[in-house]
Design a protein around this ligand. Structure first.
Ligand SMILES: CC(C)(COP(=O)(O)OP(=O)(O)OC[C@H]1O[C@@H](n2cnc3c(N)ncnc32)[C@H](O)[C@@H]1OP(=O)(O)O)[C@@H](O)C(=O)NCCC(=O)NCCS
Length: 216
């Protein structure tokens, strides 16, 4: 059996050059989700644009012996509202051709996309304290799961959030993704609320990265 490269695995900042691999990992890790339905081309644009944003960042898990291959990644934003505004306005020309091709193939996707536009507003109603970051996606190559790679990516994400002055991180996870919810709870996230997105039941989890000082 092939030896897993987990022991020599290294984390580096996610770069636009890794976008196509990130899109592939996203599709494999999130079958049936709306973003996956948008297709690899749209996802590739998303992961190319995200690390270039002032409010976006991510980390890549790579094997230094094969640095061109992405084994896992995490992506996040320090402000969902600012990121959506940037993607919907300044970066819209990046997305438009890929989105148009997909909407022509499957017009119902265009309708569902309107929910994406509303997402930051729905998010704002969830009494999120400010500033609150959001974990957008975390994916590990199927054959490397349950070896701690996700935990390493999450630790890097939390450290970067704190470095950027964000001490609260939210994540939205499909209600039926029990494995991911167990993973988040084990890493300090707590359940906040349930809601529906793209017709699917979702759960919002939140991590407070700075422990509150208890009174002496
Ligand atoms: C969730 C995920 C990123 C965790 O990465 P990882 O490297 O497997 O994480 P760790 O080894 O640090 O922790 C293992 C835990 O991850 C979770 N996990 C493992 N396989 C999983 C899978 N196929 N789907 C969802 N969660 C999974 C479990 O909680 C597991 O703990 P368990 O062995 O006690 O069940 C990874 O499993 C994955 O890519 N899952 C598919 C994509 C996904 O669901 N992402 C979250 C979207 S919100």
């Amino acid at each position: 059996m092939m030896r897993l490269p987990v022991e020599r695995l290294t984390l580096t900042p996610l770069t636009p050059q890794q976008a196509a691999d990130a899109a592939w990992l996203h599709r494999v890790g999130q079958p049936g989700s709306f973003l996956t339905a948008l297709g690899d081309e749209v996802l590739t644009v998303l992961y190319r644009v995200l690390p270039q944003s002032r409010v976006g960042f991510g980390f890549a898990a790579i094997d230094p012996l094969q640095p061109q291959k992405l084994l896992g990644f995490v992506s996040a934003t320090t402000s969902v509202a600012a990121l959506f505004l940037e993607m919907g306005l300044r970066r819209f020309p990046d997305f438009a051709p890929a989105l148009a091709r997909r909407f022509i193939q499957e017009p119902t996707l265009a309708l569902r996309a309107t929910e994406t536009v509303l997402y930051p507003f729905r998010h704002a109603t969830s009494d999120a304290p400010s500033p609150t970051g959001e974990l957008l996606s975390i994916m590990v190559k199927p054959e490397l799961r349950s070896h701690g790679v996700g935990g390493m990516l999450l630790a890097a994400l939390k450290a970067e959030c704190l470095r950027r002055g964000v001490a609260i991180v939210d994540v939205t996870v499909a209600a039926d993704n029990q494995g991911a919810q167990r993973f988040y709870v084990r890493h300090g996230f707590t359940y906040v609320q349930a809601f529906t997105l793209y017709g699917r039941p979702m759960h919002l989890y939140r991590a407070l990265l700075l422990e509150k000082k208890t009174a002496a």
